[in-house]
Design a protein around this ligand. Structure first.
Ligand code: ZN
Length: 324
């Protein structure tokens, strides 16, 4: 992990942060960092202190760095696509840092919580279906099969190592939660992950809790699946040739309150697909509130291999299956 070094460096970043707050306030109000009224936009540089910066927290406004849930702890940066995070990232770490893939953490003193920018390995680093020794395979559009936006190749990959795999991407999820379950001894691994998916999962947890349902932990049974794994790997229910799992915007999840499988969410004394429907209901509520996070929900029954679960994605249009 790289981070901004030293105390003077921290102060410099704090000043930069405040400059960015001002910048965002003028040019991108919906993407603004939330600065409390007492803090520093308009304050002269000489009066700024580290504690001013500590107060300049991110706010859970729509499309803020911390997402709609206010619980994101990372943002992806890539040259290929103009992202919300890119200008912030460039101001903190320099224009050319985006060419150096890796994790760039802000010191806790800046935002009072960890926050990491992730510069992606470009998609073109995949050669003959691999990045380094890690086998990934080929996306449908590489095979000339599909050209709609939703099935374009990903922009790039998060490089995951034993050192960074436990990084929190949000309040409830780590990088490792979304890795393809294969090639156990091969490192680094490569991950495609859509921030909107993580944001939506956090909103679903929130909504479940507002509905009075206890959520100790939400387990991701399956997150990203490399195209290679999607074709050849393991035993995973619901695998489809155009699986959203290959695009990093889908997760198969259950609420685990300590038993390692779905909890009895509807308190009917049984653990079955009706508990997955409790998750479906929460997703419906989240999508009503945030139509831009619309996507698929699939409800799955238990099999010998796994308990009941819900598939959730952010494909961009509504889809439902498995509700009968
Ligand atoms: Zn799924």
């Amino acid at each position: 992990m790289m981070s901004v070094p030293g105390r003077s460096g921290t102060r410099r970043v704090a000043l930069t942060l405040l400059a960015v707050v001002g910048f965002a306030g003028v040019f991108a109000p919906r993407a603004a960092l939330g600065a409390p009224a007492s803090s520093a936009v308009g304050t002269s540089d000489s009066s700024l202190t580290a504690s001013n910066a500590r107060n300049a927290r991110l706010r859970p406004a729509d499309d803020s760095l911390r997402g709609r849930s206010g619980k994101l702890l990372m943002r992806l940066v890539t040259r290929a696509r103009a992202t919300l995070a890119l200008p912030f990232f460039a101001r903190f770490f320099g224009d050319s840092a985006v060419e150096r893939p890796g994790l760039y953490s802000l010191p806790d003193s800046i935002l009072a919580h960890p926050f990491t920018f992730i510069a992606l390995r470009p998609f073109t680093d995949k050669q003959q279906g691999r990045v380094g020794p890690y086998r990934i395979g080929f996306w449908p559009s590489e095979r000339g099969r599909l050209t709609t936006d939703a099935y374009e190749n990903p922009d790039g990959f998060i490089e995951v190592t034993p050192d960074n795999m436990n990084m929190q991407v949000s309040e409830h999820f780590r990088l490792a939660d979304f890795l393809t379950h294969d090639q156990h001894d091969v490192w680094p691994k490569y991950l495609v992950l859509n921030e909107d998916l993580v944001d939506k999962l956090e909103l679903v947890i929130d909504r479940l809790q507002q509905n009075g349902i206890r959520v100790q932990h939400m387990t991701v049974m399956s997150g990203f699946r490399t195209p290679w794994y999607n074709r050849h790997g393991g035993r995973v229910g619901g695998r489809a040739e155009l699986s959203r799992h290959m695009y990093g915007d889908a997760a198969d999840v259950f609420v685990d309150n300590g038993r390692g499988r779905m909890a009895d969410l509807n308190h009917d004394g049984r653990v079955d697909s009706r508990d997955a429907k409790v998750i479906l209901k929460a997703v419906e509520q989240v999508e009503r509130e945030h139509p831009e996070l619309s996507g698929g929900v699939g409800v799955y029954r238990a099999t010998r291999a796994h308990g009941p679960f819900a598939h959730i994605d952010v494909r961009g249009w509504r889809a439902r299956w498995g509700r009968s």
